[in-house]
Design a protein around this ligand. Structure first.
Ligand code: ZN
Ligand code: MN
Length: 488
């Protein structure tokens, strides 16, 4: 039967590194880029007798994430040991949370701008729908293993760093929704300052599980999990493949078995790794070394630190700066670009034009120079001044691109001076008017046809004026002057 006759149920487990200075249970430095195995101590190396000490900041950030996603926090939250034996975990257990995690319930909004670019979404507002969460718990990350031909190397720097696990209910129904879920969640995590949530850097990692059942069947089908998917588009691809694979097998009468598969994004297929694995396999038990957390003070403190969420920000951008919805969406989708915009807009007379520059003009330049918005040599205030230079008629938008190039090389130069260095000055209207009048006198045929309604020819006259003027005036201004002189 066609795939559309199956109900697809998807659940996600997202691991997210919390941006902290130190590890979860010791004072070793967190973060990467350090010489392997230099940020380690007896606690995060699992030496006998070494005791853990809680990182309160990581608890706060997890509670804040819960508040942003509408979770509730149990009055007491506790720690559990998840036992397993592997080289990335020297204690042979991961300190995690099983039945009393820091956050319970809640939901992730799917933002209309977070769906894949080729996917049409019909939505009234910013939030298309919300996806139910099961819970969010806090745990420690494992060490990083790198596998070579006949051996593997382990770096314990990452071992014991704070890791938040956001577990959804089986509430997603399509690969497109899954993509939007990850993107929306990422934006919320960035906006709360919880994490940079860069999937390429492994700061956000996702395990997806998916099951199919024929329409009309109540109980869920056997769930197939795919672990450590490292991009949103890979998650989407993996699900599209896996749904088709399961439907095909079900059609042939092959029952699915609960299992874990590995998604190979290069090959574009999933390969079975192991079958059946349940929570009881890990022999979870309460950690005797850590006392439970009384959460009330953290919740109270974090309520004061609630940031503006992306959907509220989108609404405000439209109201405060008069931005069209598409522009507001584009800015909200990129927190750093949005921050740059707000600083620039505050300094500009034309915030809508500033938005336009940031969405359309600047990104290709940044891409070409391989620079992120954070390292852009042209500051937000300088960019605002450049937009104002165009607004004042000193140069055209196209000419302003040349001015931007000058400002890029010489950031100390003010926009007006950079424009002047290219010969763009506020037009001497007296001299310009003389040229305009001369052109009108020299082109009687064109003028007659313009008067008959052939407005395209006005561009030809503008071109004539531009050719005869030095320094080059703003073409928009020239056209306006021509129209005025012709009484149009
Ligand atoms: Zn340590
Ligand atoms: Mn986990």
């Amino acid at each position: 039967m066609p795939i559309s006759d199956y109900l697809v149920t998807i659940g996600l487990e997202v691991h997210c590194q919390i941006k902290t200075a130190t590890k979860m249970f010791c004072s070793c430095r967190a973060g990467f880029g350090y010489e392997p195995n230099t940020n380690v101590c007896p606690t995060c190396l699992g030496m006998p007798g070494a005791l853990p000490v809680l990182n309160e900041y990581a608890i706060e950030r997890t509670v804040l994430t819960g508040l942003m996603l509408g979770c509730s926090t149990p009055p007491v939250s506790k720690w559990d040991r998840k036992n397993y034996f592997y080289a990335d975990m020297p204690k042979n257990y991961q300190t995690s949370q099983l039945d009393l995690p820091l956050c319970i319930g809640g939901e992730v909004p799917l933002y209309s701008w977070a769906f894949p670019p080729d996917c049409k979404v019909k939505a009234e507002g910013a939030v298309v729908r919300t996806v139910k969460l099961d819970h969010i718990h806090l745990e420690e990350d494992a060490a990083k293993l790198t596998h070579y031909g006949s051996y593997s190397l382990v770096d314990y720097n990452r071992g014991g760093t704070p890791l938040m696990e956001i577990v959804s209910a089986p509430d997603l129904t399509s690969p497109d929704e899954t993509y939007a879920y990850l993107k929306s969640l990422q934006q919320i995590l960035i906006c709360g300052g919880i994490s940079d949530a860069d999937m390429e850097k492994g700061q956000m990692r996702c395990d997806v599980n998916v099951s199919l059942r024929p329409k009309g069947q109540k109980e869920l089908g056997a769930k197939i999990e795919m672990k450590n998917i490292n991009s949103m588009s890979a998650a989407r691809r993996a699900l599209i493949y896996e749904i088709a694979r399961q439907a095909e097998e079900l059609d042939m009468g092959i029952a699915q078995v609960q299992s874990t598969r590995r998604w190979d994004d290069d090959l574009g297929e999933s390969i079975v790794m192991r079958t059946k694995e349940n929570a009881h396999d890990y022999r979870y038990h309460t950690c005797p070394d850590l006392i439970p957390v009384h959460t009330a003070p953290y919740v109270e403190k974090m309520q004061q630190e609630m940031p503006e969420l992306p959907d509220a920000r989108q609404k405000r951008l439209m109201e405060q700066y008069g931005l069209p919805v598409a522009d507001a969406n584009a800015l909200v989708a990129d927190a750093r670009l949005c921050a740059y915009f707000e600083t620039a807009a505050a300094a500009s007379k034309a915030p809508r034009k500033v938005a336009n520059w940031l969405i359309n003009t600047l990104p290709p330049v940044l891409a070409e120079k391989e620079v992120t918005i954070d390292d852009c040599p042209v500051t937000p205030v300088a960019l605002a001044a450049l937009v104002d230079v165009v607004e004042e008629g000193i140069c055209s938008t196209n000419q302003a691109r040349e001015v931007l190039a000058v400002m890029w090389e010489k950031p100390e130069l003010a926009a007006v001076d950079a424009a002047a260095s290219l010969g763009f000055k506020k037009a001497d209207t007296g001299a310009l008017e003389a040229v305009v009048e001369q052109v009108i006198a020299d082109c009687p045929n064109e003028v007659a046809r313009i008067r008959e309604g052939n407005m395209k020819l006005i561009n030809a006259l503008t071109g004539q004026v531009m050719k005869r003027s030095n320094p080059k005036p703003n073409p928009k201004l020239v056209t306006e002057l021509l129209m005025a002189k012709l009484g149009l």
